[in-house]
Design a protein around this ligand. Structure first.
Ligand code: ATP
Length: 267
């Protein structure tokens, strides 16, 4: 039987704190098939990060199962890499860029292979010349490219990304989006991407999954009817982009507390 790459069944999570219990995820079900680029959107605080933490094995959910390639995960699974929003916290400042990229491979992959994967991943993100620099010598966008290279060097089947471009300026963000689409093809990696940004979710994805406010369920699974390669100007003008974007924006607005986004209420 062929399994989806990622299968999530009835996932629930309740944080138990001194102030009481807070149910964040309230029965999430979805699958991601090989080759997809799935984005997850939802109102602030709905549990997107909690969801990614359970998928990456960093947090044990209160209930439900997560399977990667048909195997139920119990800890941090192989075949999975994660890129976080805060590149400053995710790279080691005292290690050079090359050593950062190589780090997760130590003890797992032979030295020659580590070196070749590091060189290949850095080249793929346009940083072949930066291996001997320290992260703090690079711009924010470049540091996030190092974090992407480190994830790619692990040769993951599934790449989880938690708002990876939220801390960079708009031009860098567009460049990083296009870079991500290129390396996705080159490394044949399936991506699950969390973002606050409706346009970004539609621009990048083959599917957008939308979440309700907490206690969170999935409210919609929206296919994105756009071909690859995408183009920042042409794709965003495409009527299918505009239509899908409106649909996703509407889903988020309906899910948000009060029903209106802050952008709309401020006028
Ligand atoms: N370790 C924790 N202990 C207790 N409550 C937590 C913990 N982590 C998160 N929460 C609560 O769970 C809820 C969901 O948090 P989470 O960070 O998963 O949401 P999010 O959708 O990623 O948020 P944002 O959109 O603001 O990034 C929030 O109300 C948060 O306060």
């Amino acid at each position: 039987m062929s399994h989806a790459l990622l299968e999530v069944e009835d996932l629930r999570h309740t944080y138990r704190t001194r102030q009481g219990d807070q149910t964040v995820l309230d029965g999430i079900n979805f699958e991601v098939r090989r080759g997809e680029f799935a984005s997850i959107v939802g109102p602030s605080g709905c549990g997107k990060t909690t969801l990614l933490r359970t998928l990456s094995g960093l947090l044990r959910p209160t209930h439900g199962t997560i399977a990667l390639s048909g195997e139920v995960i119990t800890g941090v699974p192989r075949g999975l890499a994660m890129v976080f929003q805060d590149y400053r916290a995710s790279l080691f400042p005292w290690r050079r860029v090359g050593a950062n990229v190589e780090f997760p491979l130590l003890g797992r992959v032979a030295k020659a292979e580590r070196r070749s994967r590091t060189a290949e991943s850095l080249a793929a993100v346009g940083l072949a010349d930066a291996a001997d620099k320290y992260p703090w010598q690079l711009s924010g966008g470049m540091q996030q490219r190092v974090a992407i290279a480190r994830a790619l060097a692990m040769r993951p089947e599934l790449l989880l990304m938690d708002e990876p471009f939220a801390s960079v300026d708009a031009q860098t963000r567009s460049d990083l989006e296009d870079l991500l689409l290129r390396v996705r093809e080159q490394f044949d990696v399936t991506i699950l991407f969390v973002t606050h940004d409706v346009d970004e979710s539609v621009y990048l994805s083959t599917r957008v999954l939308s979440l309700s406010k907490a206690p969170t369920v999935m409210t919609a699974d929206v296919p994105v009817p756009l071909d690859f390669p995408r183009d920042q100007i042409r794709t965003r003008k495409n009527p299918s982009f505009v239509e899908t974007r409106s649909e996703v924006a509407r889903l988020i607005r309906e899910a948000s507390p009060g029903g209106l986004s802050t952008a709309e209420t401020s006028h």
